[in-house]
Write a new protein. Structure first.
Length: 479
């Protein structure tokens, strides 16, 4: 196939998925679903008229509340608890956190200050607050009253534009390292329609930006190379210091937004070291910059260098009336309090109701691809061989350190940042399937099932996966 025709097909798919993402962002709105209230009878259907909201739930609202507090009040606290003997509970809660559209359980109560803060790592929130600052001061729009005029531009800038760039860079990598037309186009179709990244484009979250940063760093490591697919020979020279600085910066940004991405950053450092130890002189300071910045912001916020999520299980989380204090009750209900044997958790995390491979079966093909060779290019080959160990580290961390499925989420969000590496691992196995009719048929089935899983939570990505909902409907399980 003429390369220009392939580029045209990439462009068609990129335009299509961009149009879908923009439509979902512009149409973002929390919807009340009767079936959900039927499945959870303890939930109360609103009795009064409800104002439209472009935020979905605890995860994104904790961030939006902090964005609003930073710009409008110049502070990180999103609420406070005031002692009030006249109140039924002896106290009353006030602030942004308790206003319509900003309520969240993903908060802590500072024990000394008696002020509420979001539990989310603050760097991404500060970036979003910078965008809101421009909208608030120059366009005079307020997020509490002019919700879509503020939320939509921020989501487009934070999620959609970075993801468009990441997909375009992927197409360039496919041209360098793919060997067949079918394989290249299959992988790009997976990237555009069969992962959960576009699904989460209409909500303020850390997983989409983190994944984009991983793609940027990967491209800077591999995509700068002048590569001939016909000869399988790399014609590159050493990575320039400027590119190494940006590799470090994006690796640090990814780790700041999704902490397990430290595994990727460490792996990138090893690859750079294998090329030349001097490369680390450029990589490491840039890598540390986002992490140091986030740590400093965290200190400004709560007067401690320790991140807020490290305080889980303490009085910061388990104050009177807290959602997280429920875990001390006998048999607490809800997926946040899942208490099951490790082998059961591991199964559901990989192949069950929140399964990495059951919801996105194209990753089974990528898993096979991890045991194959991406190219004869030494650096690309080493990068490819490192994907499976990174996967083992991340999966092992969650299996042995938690029973956490990520709360109400339509997919295994702990693993979303791995998407760029899965896509590269998919390349050699897709090329191998290209000449096999039965293999292509299997790939199409996996693609269709993955697209279904990613598209199912059309209105709200903060909903349980379709497999989980089916299990509930069939009365097979309920946390």
């Amino acid at each position: 196939m003429d390369p220009s025709l392939r580029r045209s097909l990439y462009s068609l798919m990129l335009v299509a998925t961009t149009g879908i993402m923009v439509a979902r962002v512009v149409n973002v709105e929390f919807l009340f679903e009767p079936s959900l209230y039927k499945a959870y009878p303890t939930r109360n259907w609103p009795k009064d008229k409800v104002e439209p909201q472009p935020s979905f739930g605890s995860n994104d609202r904790a961030r939006w509340a902090t964005v609003r507090a930073l710009v409008e009040n110049g502070k990180f606290e999103i609420g406070e608890r005031i002692v009030d003997p006249a109140a039924a509970k002896g106290y009353r809660d006030e602030g942004i956190l308790f206003s319509p559209g900003f309520g969240s359980v993903d908060v802590v109560l500072h024990p000394e200050r008696q002020q509420y803060y979001s539990t989310k790592p603050p760097l991404l929130t500060v970036i979003a607050a910078g965008e809101y600052w421009v909208i608030y001061h120059f366009f005079h729009k307020e997020i509490a009253t002019q919700r879509w005029e503020t939320v939509v531009p921020i989501l487009l800038l934070t999620n959609v534009l970075p993801l468009m760039l990441a997909l375009w860079l992927l197409s360039r990598l496919l041209e360098s390292y793919g060997k067949t037309d079918w394989g290249r186009l299959f992988v790009f179709a997976v990237a555009c329609f069969a992962t959960f990244l576009p699904t989460f484009a209409n909500t303020l979250n850390n997983h989409v930006p983190a994944s984009c940063c991983v793609m940027y760093a990967t491209y800077l490591l591999l995509g700068w190379r002048s590569y001939s697919p016909q000869s399988n020979v790399s014609q590159s020279s050493a990575v320039s210091p400027v590119r190494l600085v940006f590799v470090g910066l994006f690796a640090g940004m990814a780790a700041s937004m999704d902490l397990p991405a430290l595994a990727f950053a460490g792996f990138a450092a090893i690859l750079i070291l294998l090329q030349s130890w001097k490369g680390l002189i450029w990589f490491l300071p840039a890598f540390m910059l986002p992490l140091v910045t986030q740590t400093y912001i965290n200190y400004l916020m709560i007067d401690t260098w320790q991140p807020i999520y490290a305080k889980f299980g303490t009085e910061w989380y388990e104050y009177a009336g807290s959602h997280w204090a429920k875990r001390h009750l006998p048999n607490p209900k809800g997926i946040d309090f899942a208490d099951e044997p490790k082998h059961v958790y591991a199964f559901h995390l990989l192949f069950g109701h929140h399964g990495l491979f059951s919801l996105t079966p194209v990753w089974l093909i990528a898993l096979v691809g991890m045991g194959m060779t991406l190219s004869r290019d030494r650096l690309a080959k080493l990068f490819h061989l490192g994907i499976f160990p990174i996967l083992l580290i991340v999966v092992g961390f969650y299996i042995f350190k938690s029973n956490n499925y990520g709360g109400w989420t339509s997919g295994p969000r702990w693993f979303f940042w791995l998407t760029p590496m899965f896509l590269l691992a998919l390349v050699p196995s897709a090329d191998w399937l290209a000449s096999r009719k039965a293999g292509r048929g299997f790939a199409y089935l996996c693609l269709g099932a993955s697209v279904f899983s990613a598209t199912y939570p059309w209105a709200n990505p903060w909903r349980h996966p379709w497999i989980y909902q089916m299990c509930e409907y069939m009365d097979w399980l309920k946390y």
